[in-house]
Each structure stands twice: as structure tokens, then as C-alpha cells.
Write a protein that binds this ligand. Sequence first.
Ligand SMILES: NC(=O)c1ccc[n+]([C@@H]2O[C@H](COP(=O)([O-])OP(=O)(O)OC[C@H]3O[C@@H](n4cnc5c(N)ncnc54)[C@H](OP(=O)(O)O)[C@@H]3O)[C@@H](O)[C@H]2O)c1
Length: 339
Amino acid sequence: MAAKHDVVAPAVVSNGANGHHQRSSSKRTIPAVMLNSGHRMPVVGLGVWRMEKTAIRGLIHAAIREGYRHFDCAAKYQNEAEVGDALAEAFEAGLVKREDLFITTKLWNSDHGHVIEACKDSLKKLKLDYLDLYLIHFPVATRHTEIGTTASVIGEDGVLDMDTTVSLEATWRAMEELVHMGLVRSIGISNYGVFLTRDCLAYAKIKPAVNQMEIHPYFQRDSLVKFCQKHGICVTAHTPLGGSTANTKLFGSLSCLDDPVIKELADKYGKTPAQLVLRWGLQKKTAVIPKTSKVERLRENLEALDFDISEEDMEEIKAIDRNCRSNQPAKFWGIDVYS
Ligand SMILES: NC(=O)c1ccc[n+]([C@@H]2O[C@H](COP(=O)([O-])OP(=O)(O)OC[C@H]3O[C@@H](n4cnc5c(N)ncnc54)[C@H](OP(=O)(O)O)[C@@H]3O)[C@@H](O)[C@H]2O)c1
């Protein structure tokens, strides 16, 4: 389907008010945003990066019962097969129907020259016959390794082995082909800044429906968010909790959940810091995909839909921006690809 240019940002409102009403007995209906592809995406999803393989089945089924309909996966997370098993079981048990779910997965860097095969491999693992959204995980092609291996080969110089022969335009053409083949409903980009997003808009025959990027109160990225929304690209905030303790452990990042302003405002609204931060993301008209491995937090995170932060308090949160990326791939790649 051709991209619509007049669709801008999600109108995020309280639970149900402009939502996509789904046929299920789950606890709540999560509002959805209309993408420029003509498909709807629930504004809260569950990220599955760093989810233990053995816990995935229980978490996905619990999430579906809580009302989650949007799952954010990636070939790189190396757990698509476990997600696929959990989904297949959920369909079979009548917990949810395929058409009521929104499943995203992502093309890994080493597969930019092999988009169709990589997507088919993800579909096979996820046990699906189409994806709702397929994203280019990062705007960088790296040395190809066998499909499914999602390696990040490091050269002898200790730096990520990048492939300078594959352009992002060529990768995008193949992404468009996936839509024509009926394997993918919407296509998008991830971790693209203003320069690359603008360029993508110039060569895209099918415009990117989504740009998924790190956003939280310590890394607010107002200019990029506004640029995407102005051009009809829905912004999804990955790492919407700032990665919390997981990124403190992995990257040494400072967690916005510990910020005194966040804690004070959370108290004021009778919410947890995580709920406040997710609500802030929703009020910035971004979709949020928090990850949790704790069943009780699945509901806690969805309850971000149930209140409003005043304009004055949104301004207070604006003031704590540190322009500070919490997820730092340079740790693994020997190069700061954002430099
Ligand atoms: N496109 C990309 O390049 C990219 C990059 C990074 C992430 N992502 C996507 O975005 C998703 C989310 O990012 P993320 O997992 O890195 O970071 P995140 O969702 O911001 O934070 C996850 C951390 O927050 C904790 N947490 C969850 N709910 C909480 C709550 N209510 N209170 C306190 N702590 C809470 C989790 O711990 P527990 O598990 O113990 O609850 C975990 O430590 C990923 O799963 C992935 O799908 C995409």
C-alpha cells in the first residue's frame, strides 16, 4: 500500500478513547496510531531484547492477557524462534488472533545485501506468514555472515567490519520489495538521525512508516522527533525507560528512573518513575516499547496509559534532558557509529 503523507504523529489519549478496539477478553485495549502505510500500530508494545529464552513463553502469554498486542523483536536478539513458539501456542489456544497482533522484527546489519532471505528467515522463526513491521535495525551494512547468525565481525584493527559496497538506498529497495511480495505490511528505519531520515524520504517509493530510536527523558531528541512527525513517520521510542538497571550494568549509563525530578513527579501523580517516564513518551506522541522480564511490571508499564502529565510538568521533564545516549554499541563495535 502506498504511504500516506498526511498522517503525522499518533494522537495518544487515555485508554480506549481513540483506540483500535480488539476482539478479545484481555484486560484492556491499547490505543493505536495509524501509520502512513494505512496500518495501525498499538502505541505501547513489549520489547523482547535480553529476554531469557526460557521465560519468553510465559511473558508473552501474560502480556497478551494483560492486553499487549505489539511485540518488538529483532533477528539480532536471537530469540525469534522462542517468540514464534509462544505466538503459535497463543493462536492455537485461542488467546489471540494473528490479525489482532502487531509484530515487528528487524534486519541485522550483516544482512543488508540479503534482505529478502533475512526476512524469510525471521518469518520462519517467528512462524508467521507476514510481519506487521520490518525495520532496518541500524543504518550500517557490515560484513555478511550466514543468514541467522547476525554477527558483528570485528576486523583486525579492532573495529566493526563495515561493508562500504551496499548503499542504504539499495537496502531500502529490497525492503520495498518485501511489501510488494506481501511478506511485510509496513517498513521502517531505526537509529536514523535527521540526515539519513531525510535522505531516505528522498529515495523512498514507499516512505518509512516508523523510525525507531532511543528516546527517554535523558535523551529527548526533540528536533529528530519533530522532523519525523512532520514528514508522517511515526516515532517509536526504544529504550523508553532509559534501559534502567540493565543499561547501567551493560553500558554504565545513568538511569533517568533515578532522577530526583522524575521521582518527585512520580510521587505527585501517585505513579512509579517507570510509569511517569512512559507517560512522558506517550505525550510526546511517540510509541513506547518497554521491556520487562517481570510479569507484575507488564501491567505497571501499561498503566502509563491511565493518566495525564500537565503541560507544566512536561516542561519540568524537558529541563532534565542530558542529551545522553544510554545504549552504546561502541562498547562492542570498537567505533562510535554515531560520531
Ligand atoms: N532499534 C534498536 O536499536 C533498539 C535498541 C534497544 C532496544 N530496542 C527495543 O526496545 C526495547 C526496550 O529497550 P531496552 O530493553 O533496552 O530498555 P528499556 O525498556 O528502557 O528498559 C528495560 C529495563 O527496565 C527495567 N524495567 C522494566 N519495567 C520497569 C519498571 N516498571 N520499573 C523499573 N524498571 C523496569 C527492565 O528490568 P526487568 O526486565 O527486570 O523488569 C530492564 O532492566 C528492547 O527490548 C527492544 O525491543 C531497540
